[in-house]
Ligand binder design. Structure first.
Ligand SMILES: [Mg+2]
Length: 414
């Protein structure tokens, strides 16, 4: 079999997606996700201008060899743009291999180790009462694990407070002097965010949720890489009585050694890694057992090939997976997540979103949610497709993630 064409399809059915479609001389094709929120066209150009010419005429069955040649063969390796481009190719090649075998991807990865993949949704709100209300709505939908985020007093437009709706669509509960939303043609500003206020409100939120909801619901919280080491250690310690499922991304991805401080301060389980790009980012946190969950984004680490290696590296250190699953990666990536989830031994949990109908029309085949779990598509390969005609109706729209600024106007990590 030979690769004859690499199509890069950029579409915006409510938000931007960069899709890869690899065609072969035997009529089989595969689809993958190469979406990097806010830098979509940079990845599309890397694919079209630099990677596609390398793939024409290659044997798509040689997934590992193609992966290695794209990662190491470029000399300049890693980084979000290159690893996202490689991910799109990698997913499409696994999709082709599954179609060739007539098997869903999880069968090629060793077969099922479990039935559905336990998943979590997002609940947010302006105050603890509204968060509680949204947690209860998620419980009614069958979720057993729920991420809880609350607005930070004085801050304008706190990340995550729109909950599941914010994660699934472009709508965002925030409002700022410069704009509203989770994106726009220029970045919106999440203003007046102060760690002091954040560190006060989050333990109060979980005290409220435990007192009203009890101990049966599993709760987690996303710091979104906003704290320094001593602040993160304090938060992990103060949240200890509320028994979180995990505390997510407490520190910036650059400061792996700082996880020792958080670890030594608390028994709150720690999840990390949605801004990582390779297995090498994960290694220091694995070998010292500084985290409990690794939550890389398959679309930003080079796809299924790297994800299965990261999961295998994590396994002997008793670290489980919690792959990133937001609305700004395409259904092909969510499908890849769940195929890996149900086939590896050390799966932990899967973040998920409900895609709007418009996305499902353009990019059909996302995993199905039922009773607190995600179920993989049983069709060969990823089980996803790209409706190119529908995709063409929704052209790319420039869109940025927000930026976060402190009360004095200084830039902070978003
Ligand atoms: Mg996160």
């Amino acid at each position: 079999m030979k690769i004859t064409e690499v199509r890069v399809i950029v579409t915006c059915p409510g938000r931007n997606y960069v899709c890869v479609k690899i065609m072969t001389d035997e009529g089989l094709y595969g689809v993958g996700d190469a979406t990097l929120n806010g830098r979509e066209l940079a990845v599309a150009a890397a694919l079209q201008e630099h990677i596609a010419p390398l793939l024409i005429g290659r044997d798509p069955e040689r997934i590992e060899d193609i992966w290695q040649s794209l990662f190491r063969g470029s000399y300049w390796r890693g980084g979000p743009i290159q690893m996202t481009a490689i991910a799109g190719v990698d997913m499409a090649l696994w999709d082709i291999k599954g179609k060739q075998a007539g098997l869903p991807l999880y069968q090629l990865l060793g077969g099922k180790t479990r039935e559905g993949a336990l998943c979590y949704t997002h609940a947010g709100g302006r105050d603890a009462i509204e968060v509680e209300d949204n947690v209860r709505k998620s419980l009614e939908r069958g979720f057993e694990v729920i991420r809880a985020q609350v607005a930070v007093p004085k801050a304008i437009g706190t990340y995550g407070t729109g909950g599941a709706a914010e994660a699934a669509s472009a709508s965002w509960a925030g409002a700022t002097a410069e704009g509203v939303g989770d994106g726009g043609p220029m970045p919106y500003v999440e203003a007046n965010w102060e760690p002091r206020e954040y560190l006060k409100i989050v333990p109060k939120l979980f005290a409220h949720l435990r007192s009203t909801l009890g101990e049966d619901v599993e709760l987690l919280h996303d710091v979104h890489e906003r704290l320094n080491p001593i602040e993160a250690a304090r938060l992990a310690r103060e949240l200890e009585p509320y028994h979180l499922f995990f505390l997510e991304d407490p520190l910036r991805p650059e400061h792996k050694e700082s996880f020792r401080m958080v670890r030594n301060a608390s028994t709150t389980p720690i999840a990390m890694g949605e801004l990582f790009h390779t297995k090498y980012d994960c290694l220091p946190l694995f070998t010292e057992q500084l985290i409990d969950f690794i939550r890389c984004d398959l679309t930003h680490i080079g796809g299924v090939t790297e994800a299965t290696k990261i999961a295998a590296l994590a396994e002997p250190f008793q670290i489980k997976t919690a792959w990133h699953g937001p609305g700004d990666i395409a259904p092909m990536a969510h499908s890849a997540n769940v195929h890996v989830d149900v086939s590896i031994p050390n799966f932990g949990i899967q973040e998920m979103v409900f895609f709007p109908d418009i996305v499902q029309e353009v990019l059909p085949g996302a995993p199905v949610y039922r009773e607190g779990r995600l179920w993989p598509n049983e069709a060969p390969g990823l089980g996803c497709d790209i409706n190119e005609e529908a995709a063409a109706k929704y052209p790319y729209q420039r869109n940025y993630l927000p930026v976060c600024r402190r009360a004095d106007g200084a830039v902070h990590d978003w």
